[in-house]
Design a protein around this ligand. Structure first.
Ligand code: BG6
Length: 482
């Protein structure tokens, strides 16, 4: 269904995210007829040469995405280039002029570093560009700690109400992440066993093979905890662990997520050393290619972490005693993200002494986010045959690509149209962001004292040996992909 007519203003339009994700997502939606004819995308650039240059770059990018020339042209017709310096209020007149007197809903996507969020919102207000229906979209990272996140939320909140502030975490737009709620709350089978009664442990892994890419300036200052854990992994954890909201509605879902974050047991002081591991990749091999270590890529020494593992616990009635292990890193052996749920073993084996199998493996449900999105459920099965009873683990395997004919949209396609429709369900409330920082901050500061130097791991492996120790000392092991 088409969205209501809109004007979408993108700050940071020449940046990596806009080119890689935002323009392709919008062009895709345009191609599918979701963007009404009169809607416009206004791209803010700071340099005069980008006014000419950026549309060409966008066209090249859309071509790479496989869009036909007429589709690319149709998208470029919607594009208005606006020259403006975000920090100079006097330059906002150009945007005001470009927007004109249109009645369309205005959304402002701040695809910029967080230190520009406050000045941009203030300058938009000063220039009288915001209307009573205008929305602002804030890209992550939202600050670099609780104090800076609060400062941003307070300042933006003085200009736009929470109901028109959209804090994006693109993981919430991924199909498989949205399916988490459906899996739990539309299937009796899972919801009934979704607690410490039946679950032994949960592992959330987000592994990437890419390294620093061209983001040294941002990434080295942030580190992996701020870049991935504070947002993506904690959002996955929340959706995994929430209590059933009474309906699928922004307020209800967000309230439940906040409760999970509040129930996360703090990791402070010496516990930081016990329950967390920070690593940094050295040289190694990925897909048969030699790759450089982090500091070689960076060109200088650095103690920034590119890998994090954490053992956490949600202290509430449902989850007491169930360890939730988080693990995420750059330059790991394989790109894959999943939530692996290991159930408790059966209370008694009737097969003991029959030599049918060495042991009964516990059931394991793997929710695979990417690649090969889908679900796998490991069950114990009898090997067919009339001879001696033999029992082995086998998988029920449901893949999105074979189970559905529909194309899986990119997360940003979904999220951008949700903003235009005014649906905040898949966006973060300020309390979620702040609560997540409140949990992450003591770990980051604890590292100064307890883990000032990250553990080395070779690129192309599953992280430092300490991460293996973190889980193996509890008699468990990481569920690496087959
Ligand atoms: C971004 C991080 O938010 O997510 C990047 O800043 C990371 O460092 C990316 O590479 C991963 O996203 P995806 O969708 O490729 O898993």
């Amino acid at each position: 269904n088409p969205v209501p007519p809109f004007d979408l203003v993108i700050f940071g339009a020449g940046g990596d995210l806009a080119l890689r994700k935002l323009f392709p997502a919008l062009a895709q939606r345009n191609q599918e007829g979701v963007l009404p004819e009169e809607s416009r995308v206004l791209a803010i650039v700071r340099k005069a040469e980008d006014v000419e240059g950026l549309p060409n770059q966008i066209a090249t990018r859309l071509k790479e995405e496989g869009l036909a020339p007429e589709q690319i042209a149709a998208f470029l017709r919607r594009l208005t280039m606006v020259l403006l310096d975000a920090l100079k209020p006097e330059t906002y007149a150009s945007l005001k002029k470009a927007l004109g007197k249109s009645e369309r809903v205005r959304s402002f996507y701040l695809s910029t570093p967080p230190d520009l969020f406050i000045p941009i919102c203030e300058n938009l207000a000063k220039a009288d560009i915001l209307t009573p229906t205008s929305r602002v979209i804030l890209e992550k990272p939202l600050g670099r700690d609780l104090a800076s996140a609060r400062e941003i939320n307070d300042a933006v909140g003085r200009i736009l109400p929470e109901s028109r502030t959209y804090r994006i975490d693109h993981y919430l737009g991924k199909e498989t992440v949205q399916n988490l709620l459906v899996l739990r709350f539309a299937n009796t089978l899972f919801e009934r066993s979704w607690s410490s009664r039946d679950i032994d442990n949960v592992q959330i892994t987000v592994a990437e093979t890419v390294g620093l890419e061209s983001r040294a300036g941002y990434y080295d200052k942030s580190g992996h905890m701020r870049d991935m854990v504070q947002n993506h992994l904690m959002q996955l954890l929340c959706l995994f662990a929430i209590e059933p909201p009474n309906m699928l509605e922004a307020g209800a879902v967000r309230d439940e997520k906040i409760k999970v974050l509040k129930a996360l047991r703090p990791i402070v002081g010496p516990d930081v050393q016990r329950y967390t591991v920070r690593g940094q990749y050295g040289p190694g091999q990925i897909d048969g290619q030699r790759v450089r270590g982090y500091t070689d890529e960076l060109g200088r020494a650095s103690n920034t972490e590119t890998f994090v593992a954490v053992r956490c616990e949600v202290d509430n009635w449902r989850w007491a005693g169930v360890p939730i292990y988080l693990r995420t890193g750059k330059r790991m052996a394989q790109r894959y993200s999943e939530i692996a749920v290991t159930f408790k073993p059966v209370p008694h084996s009737i097969f003991g002494g029959t030599s049918a199998c060495d042991r009964l493996d516990a059931n394991r449900l793997v929710i695979r986010l990417q690649p090969n999105d889908g679900l796998q459920l490991q069950l114990m099965m009898k090997v067919p045959g009339s001879g001696r009873l033999k029992i082995v683990p086998r998988q029920l395997d449901l893949r999105y690509e074979t189970a559905f004919n529909e194309r899986t949209p990119d997360a940003y396609e979904r999220l951008l149209t949700d903003v235009i429709r005014g649906d905040q369900t898949l966006f973060m409330h300020r309390d979620e962001v702040e609560q997540a920082w409140a949990w992450v901050d003591p770990i980051i500061s604890g590292w100064q004292e307890y883990a000032p130097h990250p553990q080395r791991y070779a690129a192309g492996t599953w992280g430092p040996s300490h991460a293996v120790g973190l889980i193996e000392r509890e008699g468990r092991s990481w569920a690496d992909p087959d």
